[in-house]
Design a binder for this molecule. Structure first.
Ligand SMILES: *Cc1c(COP(=O)(O)O)cnc(C)c1O
Length: 364
């Protein structure tokens, strides 16, 4: 039998990093800590309550959740201007990104990003028959802003997507760069949206700003966040976005009705209510990140500047061999980034001790 699979999808394999049961799972930038007991109890109680109403469809517009998200950002990033109308959410920021492509992408339209970056970006584009174009980052993984501005004028994309902190490099984008991108996007005749993917925002170092601050001045700016990393809720699947109401209106058109289940809404709201309890974990991960970077540098490695919960380090002549050697010792990291580099997610102190001793053995 011949299946009429789209020719551009034929023979492709689904994306996904290995999910292995090893001592230290440091390959997909998860939070290594379970949600604290108080948060687990609050989620369980909220889901129990939601279960009583599961015969009904959930609030299609998830208004209470959007209000909670706006309230959380007001505290986390000192932005007091966000209202329900500015907020959007979906099953992970991956789905938020897909909504953006469904609403703004499509045949004959281009999305611009800056490599190396998140490996899912080309997939959202492919799935929505949008052209995905990348410009290389500088050697230190910062953005070549002049080249970016020139490229926006030349290729006239519908969206410019920048992860900040960037995955897999950890690089944060200065606000002056975000502003330069927004101004360049303003000049694109058909309009152009600048999307800053702040999946790792909560891990940024002190003094590193969030692009959320710039929303009042830029109607063509959208900032996406997720509860997958800092909230220890990767399994809960909740990503969200803050932007001008017109952007959110466009996303409403393409979402499936009731895309956020009542269970998901209840889970996310319970976790948001406890965001202060989760802050201690984030602080520990940031401290462990800084210690890991220092240790790697002491071993003579180059480490990309990181504001995320992972570090990209190298160079290795044979990074596959180092990856395999670590895996044999129960440490799963990620072969990603330019040739010669490896990425390690920041785990618990015990996991990072295992990582350090395994790396010393493998490279001895
Ligand atoms: C982990 C990650 C996300 C989060 O995806 P979710 O679907 O929210 O789990 C988004 N963007 C980047 C760059 C990431 O690394």
């Amino acid at each position: 039998m011949t299946l009429p699979v789209r020719p551009d999808l034929a023979g492709l394999h689904p994306y996904g990093a290995p999910q292995l049961s090893v001592a230290a799972r440091l390959n997909v930038n998860e939070n290594p800590y379970s949600p604290p007991q108080g948060v687990v109890d609050a989620i369980a109680a909220a889901v129990h309550k939601a279960a009583e109403g599961l015969n009904r469809y959930p609030d299609r517009d998830f208004v209470a959740l959007r209000a909670d998200l706006a309230h959380y950002l007001a505290i986390e990033s000192h932005v007091g201007f966000l209202q329900v109308e500015n907020m959007w959410a979906a099953n992970g920021s991956n789905e938020v990104m897909l909504h953006l492509h469904q609403a703004f992408g499509g045949p004959g339209r281009k999305v611009l990003s800056f490599a190396p970056t998140y490996s899912m970006y080309p997939e959202y584009a492919r799935d929505t028959i949008t052209d995905y174009v990348t410009l290389p980052r500088r050697d230190d993984f910062t953005l070549d802003t002049d080249a970016a501005v020139a490229a926006i004028a030349e290729i006239q994309p519908v969206m410019v997507i920048v992860a900040s902190p960037n995955n897999p490099t950890g690089t944060a984008l200065p606000l002056s760069d975000v502003e330069a991108l927004c101004h360049a996007a303003d000049q694109v005749p058909g309009g152009c949206l600048v999307v800053i993917d702040e999946a790792y925002a909560e891990f940024r170092r002190r003094g590193v700003p969030s692009a959320l601050q710039l929303l009042p001045e830029h109607e063509n700016l959208a900032v996406s966040r997720t509860m997958s990393k800092a909230f220890a809720l990767a399994g809960g699947r909740l990503g969200y976005l803050a932007a001008a109401p017109a952007v959110v209106d466009a996303l409403q058109i393409v979402r499936l009705p009731y895309h956020l289940s009542a269970v998901t809404q209840a889970t996310a709201r319970a976790a948001l209510a406890h965001h202060r309890d989760l802050q201690a974990q984030v602080d520990e991960i940031r401290a462990e990140r800084d210690d890991t970077v220092r240790w790697l540098q002491e071993q003579g490695y180059t480490v990309a500047e990181t504001d995320a919960n992972f570090a990209l380090f190298g160079p290795f002549e044979d990074r596959e061999k180092v990856f395999e050697g670590l895996l044999e010792r129960g440490v799963l990291i990620r072969v990603t980034g330019p040739e010669g580099w490896l990425r390690v997610s920041i785990g618990t102190p015990q996991e990072m001790a295992l990582f350090r001793s395994a790396l010393l053995e493998v490279t001895a």
